[in-house]
Design a protein around this ligand. Structure first.
Ligand code: HEC
Length: 213
């Protein structure tokens, strides 16, 4: 078979795997000899060198584009940063949807409950766990008055959820063992039913004025 009849691929492979046959090693022997140890001028196979050069070139392009230059002017930030932000935002959205779908309540997603059953349950939880310190009618005792318009930690459902869940360093114990659902119910009971009542022995107002919605 002559050279010309070889296919393009055969010729390419031959070029890329070019090497010196063992019989011709004497031709590429370098001119030094250390106590009988000799060295051949045997370059790496072309396919290997080409692969190495390609990876170096790609790495320079990749690093400069991805980490240094690729810039989104509309976001005034690098690609990597905006990509991170986009992914976090998408994950947060998915998480919020998941919580909504599965009715998972937490300090972020908690909403005020107004239906009778939930409030009745909230009342039972209050009577069992809270009235010792906040009085059965919410007028206050060891703990502050929950019926007036002054609040130490805010008067929206999220603030109440947080105080009841975490407790405070000044005498309000944490109630996280109740579970988020029950905390939501008792907090709703306080805001919807207790708040605005006229207790028998109201404790003087503490904290900031806050309009319960
Ligand atoms: C051992 C007594 C005690 C018990 C029991 C207790 N609390 Fe409290 N609570 C307090 C005290 C004291 C404070 C004020 C904390 C502070 O000043 O940091 C407080 C504060 C609060 C506040 C914040 C009021 C505001 O002005 O912002 C809420 C809401 C509250 N408690 C709800 C509850 C609920 C609901 C329960 C039952 C699940 C409960 N507490 C049980 C003592 C208690």
């Amino acid at each position: 078979m002559t050279q010309n009849n070889q296919s393009f691929w055969d010729r390419l492979i031959k070029k890329l795997t070019r090497s010196t046959p063992v019989e011709r090693e004497s031709e590429i022997k370098l001119d030094h000899n250390f106590d009988g140890i000799e060295e051949l001028n045997n370059p790496l196979p072309p396919w290997w060198s080409a692969g190495f050069i390609i990876t170096v070139v790609i790495s320079v392009i990749y690093i400069s584009f991805y980490f240094m230059y690729f810039y989104e002017p509309e976001n005034n930030a690098k690609w990597q940063e905006t990509e991170y932000q986009r992914e976090v935002a998408a994950a947060q959205k998915a998480l919020a949807e998941y919580k909504k779908k599965h009715h998972i309540v937490d300090a972020e997603s908690v909403t005020l409950l107004k239906d009778k059953n939930a409030l009745a349950e909230g009342k039972a939880i209050y009577q069992k766990n809270c009235q010792a310190c906040h009085a059965p009618d919410g007028g206050g005792g060891v703990g502050p008055n929950l019926t007036d318009d002054n609040w130490l930690y805010g008067c929206d459902i999220k603030s109440l959820f947080k105080v009841i869940h975490d407790g405070t360093s000044k005498g309000m114990p944490t109630w996280k063992n109740l579970g988020n659902d029950k905390i939501q119910k008792v907090a709703s009971y306080i805001l919807v039913e207790l708040h605005g009542k006229k207790p028998a022995n109201p404790k003087p107002a503490e904290g900031e004025a806050c309009q319960v919605q």
